[in-house]
Design a protein around this ligand. Sequence first.
Ligand code: GLC
Length: 736
Amino acid sequence: MLQSELIKLRDSMSLQEKIDQMLQLNGQFYEENNEDVLTGPAGSMGFTEQDIEMAGSILGAKGAERLIAIQKAYMEKQPHHIPMLFMLDVIHGLETVFPAPLGLGATFEPELAGKCASAAAKEAAVSGLHVTFSPMVDLVRDARWGRVMESTGEDPYLNGLFAAEQVKGFQGEDMSEPYKICACIKHFAAYGAPNAGRDYNTVELSEHTLRDFYLKSYKAGIDAGAGMVMTSFNTVNGVPASTNKWLMRDILRGEMGFDGVLISDYAAILETIPHGHSASPSDAAVKALEAGVDIDMMTSVYSANLLKLVEEGVVPEALIDEAVLRILELKNKLGLFENPYKDGDPEKEKEIILCEEHRALARETAAKSLVLLENDGILPLDTTKKVAFIGPYTSEKHIISSWAIAGNVPACVTIEEAAGEVLCAEKTSYHKGCTILGSGNQIISFTGIMKETTPEEEELRWMEEACEAAKEADIVVMPLGEHYAQSGEASSRAMIDVPEVQMRLFRRIKEVNENIVVLLFHGRPLDLRELKQEARAVLACWIPGTEGGHAIMDVLTGKVNPSGKLPMSFPYCVGQVPVFYNEYQTGRPFTDENLKFLSRYMDIPNKPLYPFGYGLSYTSFEISPVKVSSETMKADETLTVSAIIKNTGGCSGTEVVQLYIQDQTASVVRPVKELKGLQKVTLQPGEEKEVSFAVTESMLQFTRADGTVGSEPGIFSVWIGNSSETENKAEFDLKK
Ligand code: GLC
């Protein structure tokens, strides 16, 4: 449809019809034969029959047949036959599930994440979906916050690359094309900085930090063309995001130029009342509309108040008109006026969902996401040895995240299944050893209370049986880790440990067999001090997804040489949190263990246990001293920074070569290092390659003391290395 036709359509709609477009309801209200919708949950939430019949979009439903039926029924009733939008959290895959985003970040391969998004879009599109609430691009620094699992980490530059590639993967160049869906950048803004790492908590940031660290990745996703942005639950410096005019009108739409649909997070507009910013639903409706929020997700704040507010002249109809036009524009961008069912096709669903191509991509991505944290040479496994797999993740099918809400758990490949394909059955045994959380413990997941019901005596028997097996084995591989429901939304943890029952199992096994390889399943950085000390190898597996078992065995056997790098620092312990590499130096940097009056702890080191950008390989690499093409650089010049990387080990491998820059002196203090470039380099043994980066003035810009954005002349440090702790440094002087 032409823009003029959209405007004509909008202007032909009644006020009520326009307001209907600004409501999003849960797909559960549209289940077949759901007569008690109005007497049940919908009624209790204040929704009317009008709401349910005329809401402009729904979330949480999927399946081609079901969505085609809902669309057909809706359009017959809709006065102008405007199609409904179907949205779902396709965060890192629909039924084929890719690594949880923190694991995707560990690939340091944004293009690969883009391919995963494209595959996810294809499965979502044939299932009848139009929009995904992904990518989540919140910068994260606090491992206590459960939603770090959904982020690609602590670095603005890396998060920006992943945001852009995922948007392009979901949307392509034109989201009306087959198998493309609209992406949604979330959660705007700075949701990843909640006080004390507690979900939904207060966010207080200087504007400088907000701009130079947190806003970058949202901007990258918007610049990549994201069709939608979602507001966050938190306040930003005292004002809830969903009613924050400065954040939404001035920053998002003004400075960033976002002109797409702004949707609230789930009930976030109504929640501005308990926040203490809105006095009533009517007040919340005014504030959110004035902030430019177009769709109210799952409350009746808009649907129950806007009509009266316009009729009484409290809000101008023009604000409704602009919101509705943006919603119609999105439906138009998806081609829904021409084809309201888009790619929804039950036959295609059967052919495309969990197809071999998607599984192969999931396997490749998961293998690249694994980060080798420790290895004294025990890996890759000597497959002639006797191996006992001992741990609750040995045969665990649920290796997808709490946000993989459409994920196909039975389709997941366990470690035991994958090991059975490659290891000699006579020399391999498999033992659960204990439950994930420990007998009698429970956890609240998205679907309710989950309790470990195994009787304690049985769990002890498992442990002893595993112990016997460990005595007989040459090597013990221990798949341990968090429960999948211990990360994700509303899953903050004050103690970031591997569940105690599993550490007891580890210590018991260590008593009888020194040769332990730990495979860690986790949605966040964990406190790994003991495992680092006591295991011979530790492989961070994150939440690896559908092909997790195959990917892990590919790395354990050396079929794939691990190349993952940490996208988020692993703290020494929870007391160090928030810990991140791109910190400021302070006036008393910690330089000497024996000096007291420095910025330091008395009882732990300042450095994280494992730093951002760190990850081992089965081979080794050497990087030559950094060279700069000139010791000075003018603003209109490009400086080339280079080094030679050589594979000095015995097998081919891939290294993530990282470029870091520091502005040594500026009108506001600058981080000790900032990632400004990365290149993945694959080399055969003995092979070497020159890696070079172009440094331009735009890479040196920041929010200066006077609030303007730009660079400042002076001396810069530049590093090329394989982690944020590299000391391979040179300097250059940026001249006026
Ligand atoms: C949730 C999450 C958000 C998600 C939305 C819809 O509360 O905060 O990330 O997209 O609701 O499910």
